[in-house]
Every structure is written in C-alpha cells, then in structure tokens.
Design a protein around this ligand. Structure first.
Ligand SMILES: Cc1cc2nc3c(=O)[nH]c(=O)nc-3n(C[C@H](O)[C@H](O)[C@H](O)COP(=O)(O)OP(=O)(O)OC[C@H]3O[C@@H](n4cnc5c(N)ncnc54)[C@H](O)[C@@H]3O)c2cc1C
Length: 321
C-alpha cells in the first residue's frame, strides 16, 4: 500500500474533532503525494469509529482486531499500529498531536525504529521537510525527515476539519498483541461534565487572577450561560483553588477553539496563549492596554472586568428581550 495512514483516536466509538482535523490534513498531504488516505482504527467501539471516518476522506479503514485490544492502552495500541504499518507499508503515518496521538506515535516509532516528527503546523508536499511547534507554541522549528515510512503528528487546530466523503471501505486486519502488554486496564469511568466541554464550546468566558475569588466568577458564569458557552480560567485561578483544573485553558490545561473567547483579567502569558490561540475571535477585557492578551486580541475593552462583564450580560439580555 502506498498511502497516508491516519491513526484514529476514539473513545468507545466517539471520535474527537482533532482526529477529523488530522484526516483533513492527511487529504492535502495524500493529494501532494498522489496516494490515497487510509485509516487505522482499533479497540472497543472501533466499528463505530470506523463508520465515522469515511465521511472525512478515508478511502480504506483498517480495523485492527485482537482479543487484547480494548479501551485505550498505549502499549497494546502501539503494537497493533506497528503490526498494521508492517503489513501495509504506508508512505506516511499521521496522527493528531494530542497527548494520545503523540504517545501512540512514540510507541510506533520505538517499535518500528523510525524517526517521528511531532506537532507539525506545516508539511512540504513530499513530506521531507516540515515546521513544527515546540515549547507549547512559543517556538517554530524547521525540521527535515528522511525515512522509508514517515511518522508525523499535526498540532491540534492547525486546520479546520472539513468533510469530504470517501469510500471508507472497512477491511479487518488481525494483529498480534502480547498478553504482557495489557498492563493498564480501565476499571471505572466517572463523567466529569455532560454536554459541551471547554474544548468544544462555541463560546468560552475565562477569568484570570483579577477576578479575585471563587464567588466572583458568578458574573462570568451568567455571561457564559447567556451565550451558550463555558467558563474557563487561567492557572493563577486554579493555583488559588477558585476553579478546578478541568477549567484551565493553556499549555497545562485545555486547548480551546471557540468561535469567541472572552478573556477577562488575564495577562495572556505564553503558557495561557498556547491554549487560547486556536480561538476564531478574541475579546480581551483588561485594565492594562499593554497586556499581551489585549495586543493579541481582535477586540478589547480597557476597563474593570467587574463592571464590564455584567454590562455585557445586561446588553445581551436587553437585545434578546
Ligand atoms: C510550566 C508552566 C505551565 C503553565 N501553564 C499554564 C496554563 O496552562 N494556563 C495558564 O493560564 N497559565 C499557565 N502558566 C502560568 C502563566 O505563566 C501565568 O502565570 C498565568 O497565566 C497568569 O495568570 P493570569 O493572567 O490570570 O494572572 P496575571 O498574569 O497576574 O494577570 C492578571 C491580569 O489582570 C489584569 N487586571 C488586573 N485588574 C483587573 C481588573 N479589575 N479588570 C480587568 N483586568 C484586570 C492585569 O492587567 C493583568 O493583565 C504556566 C506556567 C508555567 C511555568
């Protein structure tokens, strides 16, 4: 096979947006190489995931099967992927540069003794050179890649996922997984939030240190609810114990890509910006006109968030009435 093989991340059949972005990038790369797009899917719910990816341009979906493949397990999934690569010899293997995507590619690289370039933001048509994001997006690095099978991951939000229906023909491929690799097993699952999440919300209203306390997030909650969004925060806030870590935006929190990001009382430190830069539009509310978040935002209100946020909520309600 000469193809771009895309690693499909999923959780019991639910495929995240980042994987559809990876398929979108793979279509462009496959077009440049003149090859087709294949996908590799495995684990519990793999059949559901396989059915979803044809919509995004996978001509063939290799459904990897083994009694030892269940919920995500980096070693077992990594060995399965190595088996698929040995059997199919793709030109390129591409994953999304998420924690799981990069972990799986590292497993594959080690097993197949191949180099791996993570978090690419731009890839040359022949996949021999690329630009990758380093240090949480603070540095862009040019790299070259020489290998028979080229392993890359694309940084999340590099492209917007777009559908392009293809054949999506599913082909079963039995793979060998050593029993010794089934070392981590999910024994219990607790749902922390229902409905939209920080990473999928169309609107995120975040507060930083200047919010001042746990209780003072109430006006931000109200604005987010009015706009059908979620509340996020900076690390200064989680460090103070005002919000849980699951609300943190940034390098060590969640990377978001809403239609609009409202950042209030947040300076816009690099580690925060890395998580926010995928936003389509940014409104900064800050008393400091020189704050990073203000200079990077498309819109800014220079003022006290404790006055500006309730005023916006009031205006939204008035216009809706
Ligand atoms: C390894 C590492 C990882 C990190 N990961 C993350 C991460 O994932 N996410 C993250 O957010 N940070 C992260 N940080 C921390 C980051 O460097 C900053 O310290 C943090 O983002 C600052 O939070 P802040 O903007 O809320 O606070 P500050 O930097 O203190 O900014 C407060 C802002 O509020 C403004 N302000 C003050 N009063 C008002 C008012 N009344 N109304 C409106 N504006 C006002 C100020 O002008 C200022 O711009 C990380 C740091 C390290 C070292």
């Amino acid at each position: 096979m000469s193809a771009v093989l895309v690693v499909i991340e999923h959780d019991r059949g639910h495929v995240p947006e980042s994987t559809f972005e990876a398929l979108t990038s793979a279509r462009a790369i496959a077009g440049g190489l003149g090859v087709s797009v294949h996908a590799a899917v495995m684990g519990d719910g793999g059949d559901l995931a396989a059915a979803a990816v044809g919509e995004y341009g996978a001509d063939v979906v290799h459904h990897l099967t083994s009694p030892n493949l269940g919920d995500y397990n980096p070693e077992a999934w990594g060995q399965a992927l190595a088996g698929a690569v040995a059997a199919e010899s793709p030109a390129v293997v591409l994953a999304s540069g998420t924690d799981r995507g990069n972990e799986l590619m590292a497993q594959l690289a080690a097993r197949a003794d191949l180099p791996f370039v993570a978090n690419c933001v731009d890839v040359a048509p022949d996949v021999t050179s690329m630009t990758r994001s380093q240090w949480g997006g603070a540095l862009l690095e040019d790299a070259t890649l020489e290998a028979d099978v080229k392993l890359i991951s694309m940084a999340p939000h590099t492209v917007e996922a777009s559908a392009a229906p293809a054949a999506g023909a599913v082909s079963e491929l039995a793979v060998d997984i050593d029993d010794s690799l089934v070392r981590s097993v999910i024994t219990d699952r607790v749902v922390l939030s229902e409905g939209i999440t920080l990473s999928t919300a169309p609107v995120v209203v975040s507060g930083g240190r200047a919010v001042g306390s746990e209780e003072a997030f109430a006006p931000l909650e109200e604005l987010a609810a009015e706009l059908g969004g979620k509340v996020g925060c900076s690390r200064a806030v989680t460090n103070n114990g005002w919000r849980p870590h699951s609300d943190q935006v940034g390098q060590t929190g969640t990377r978001i890509a809403p239609q609009i990001y409202i950042a209030t009382g947040i300076s816009g430190a690099t580690q925060h910006w890395v998580g926010a830069m995928g936003s389509k539009n940014i409104l900064a509310i800050n008393t400091d006109p020189e704050a990073n978040m203000v200079t990077k935002a498309g819109w800014a209100v220079i003022g006290d968030l404790h006055e500006v946020v309730p005023a916006i909520t009031e205006e939204v309600k008035k216009r809706r009435a």
